[in-house]
Design a protein around this ligand. Structure first.
Ligand code: ME8
Length: 540
């Protein structure tokens, strides 16, 4: 790699270093900025990776739905020993390997309808140049020095450990043998930031969520921080240390900066000011220390604002252990999408379990919830409502008559569901948000049971009442199509197609949600089933 940092334009780093400046004091910031980890390209995505990305996509889509300006970043982490080793085993150069793998990741995200705004690769020049510049600056200001590192390193994690964390020579996460390194390395004065980190966790508890992870990080830092080795000389697949290029950067020092380089750090000060700091770094708990200790310390050293929240969710487990390619337990998202569709897939990983805690994956649980919530509650609601409209009103949504208390209650239930959904999203609780939406789906089913339109249809003098009920139900389905759109964008589109209307538009939820008469006169079509039932045997 040939990187010339001398021609690199200076940047906007002179901004206020107070972490609050970005939120409250930075008048330029008008974008809600959400990130996923950038994934290693040593292998293809499994459902653990997709878990983070699907949840991030749901949150992002909801923020867009309420009218916020959002920027959603994902990408790939392409440097480091793990990628170099994988490429070597496969007989290609690391960049050739990365180039082969990136389309595999993009394909999965496309299939899962991930609406990212940018996909950054850490081998891109827009990333490596600002990374070198920042590290050079930390060196110039005395935050980086040369010393000897001796200690354990796990290549699968790409992480240094304390000797006390290693039992039987095995990495605590991968349970594979660690390497013991003894190298001349450059070190970042991480220990110098311990007091400021502790103050950060105390004054801004929302910086690390959920609480259990905050406590974990807090005690880790309280226990004393060692300076961090940030360069390696035993291999060359990394960003060269600019003042001493026989060293390449420790992959995390390069990788973490994707969050700033992707939004213009060192290239586009105006854009950077509008976007940074990130509002939410969504990660798994395996990479908590990097995001909640190393990253804020680097940003403090660089004088940049700190992200508002690092949320670390739990693991999808198999047999009680983290699902991973390294442990040969990774399941491809494609396998599940083949059976459940992208909507069924997304719904499951948003709705099952509590975001933040570990959860075991099971086909049976996935099939059971799919059949109960999607095929029965929502799918049947749509198909029976459109069938009754087709049969009784020639498939045209009728004019309603005077509403009764039942209709008022149904409208109130929709408003409540939307409010609860928003509250849950803001608490980073996708499962709770969807529970609120599906409470409304069930309320609509109850409304149909209570009003019994099939009986009304048999009584000619009840025609106006029948019109009121079926128009009300179609309108409720329209509202559902909006509320499910962040979770199930494709099902939302298909339901709206059957209602004879366009996909959810850009109007904020507060304008698009209220029940009205916009569907009156629209021709509905009873199309194919939105959520065909899945037989459990099929999933064996
Ligand atoms: O750590 N359950 O990349 P990675 C839940 N490149 N989430 C899981 C999971 C599981 N079983 N397995 C993986 C890296 N994940 C670095 C990140 S960021 C600057 C650099 C998810 O490919 C989870 O989000 O190993 C975890 O943190 C991430 O994938 C690790 O992906």
């Amino acid at each position: 790699m040939n990187i010339d940092i001398t021609s690199y334009p200076d940047k906007d780093i002179s901004r206020d270093t107070d972490r609050d400046a970005g939120k409250d004091g930075n008048p330029s910031k008008d974008i809600f900025y959400v990130t996923t980890p950038i994934y290693y390209v040593n292998d293809v995505p499994h459902i653990g990776h997709a878990y983070t990305t699907v949840n991030a996509d749901f949150l992002v889509r909801f923020h867009r739905l309420v009218g916020e300006n959002v920027f959603f970043l994902t990408g790939t982490d392409e440097h480091g020993q793990k990628i170099a080793q994988t490429a070597e085993v496969n007989g290609v150069s690391p960049i050739e390997w990365a180039d082969q793998m990136v389309p595999r990741w993009r394909d999965v995200w496309e299939r899962l309808e991930i609406s990212y705004d940018d996909f950054i690769r850490t081998t891109e020049e827009r990333h490596t140049r600002p990374v070198q510049e920042l590290v050079q600056r930390l060196y110039d200001q005395g935050d980086i020095y040369l010393d000897t590192y001796t200690g354990p390193y796990c290549v699968a994690c790409e992480a240094f450990y304390q000797p006390s964390e290693i039992i039987d020579n095995l990495c605590p996460i991968h349970e594979r043998p660690v390497e013991w390194l003894e190298e001349q390395n450059y070190f970042f004065r991480l220990s110098a930031y311990a007091d400021r980190l502790i103050e950060l966790y105390q004054t801004h508890p929302e910086f690390v969520e959920p609480e259990i992870r905050r406590n974990e990080v807090f005690s880790f830092v309280k226990g004393g921080l060692q300076d961090l080795s940030i360069s390696r000389t035993s291999f060359s697949w990394g960003v060269p240390i600019p003042w001493d290029p026989k060293h390449v950067m420790y992959v995390w020092i390069d990788a973490l900066q994707n969050y700033t380089t992707a939004v213009g750090h060192g290239r586009d000060p105006e854009r950077f000011a509008r976007t940074w700091p990130a509002d939410l770094h969504l990660i798994g708990k395996d990479i908590l220390r990097q995001h909640a200790v190393i990253w804020p310390a680097m940003l403090m050293a660089a004088g940049l604002d700190l992200p508002k929240t690092v949320f670390a969710h739990g693991f999808l487990t198999v047999g009680g252990k983290k699902m991973s390619k390294t442990n040969l337990t990774g399941i491809s998202p494609h396998t599940l999408v083949d059976t459940f569709g992208s909507d069924g897939y997304r719904y499951h990983f948003l709705r099952e379990g509590t975001f933040g805690q570990d959860g075991a994956f099971s086909w049976e649980a996935m099939a059971a919830r799919y059949n109960a919530d999607l095929a029965n509650d929502l799918g049947n609601l749509v198909s029976r409502s459109l069938a009754m409209t087709t049969k009784n009103f020639d498939a045209v949504v009728p004019h309603p008559g005077e509403p009764t208390q039942l209709e008022e209650d149904l409208r109130a239930a929709a408003t409540r569901a939307a409010a609860e959904m928003e509250a849950r999203v803001r608490k980073l609780d996708p499962a709770g948000a969807l529970a609120a939406v599906f409470d409304f789906v069930r309320a609509v089913n109850h409304y149909i049971d209570d009003t019994a339109p099939w009986k009304l249809a048999k009584e000619p003098d009840q025609r106006e009442r029948l019109a009121t009920v079926l128009q009300g139900v179609c309108e409720a389905i329209r509202q559902i199509s909006i509320l499910i759109s962040p979770a199930m964008p494709s099902a939302s589109r298909r339901i709206r197609e059957q209602l004879g209307i366009d996909p959810v538009d850009e109007r904020p939820l507060s304008e698009s949600l209220p029940a009205g008469t916009s569907l009156v006169g629209k021709k509905v079509t009873k199309g194919t089933s939105i959520f065909p039932r899945v037989e459990v045997e099929k999933t064996d």
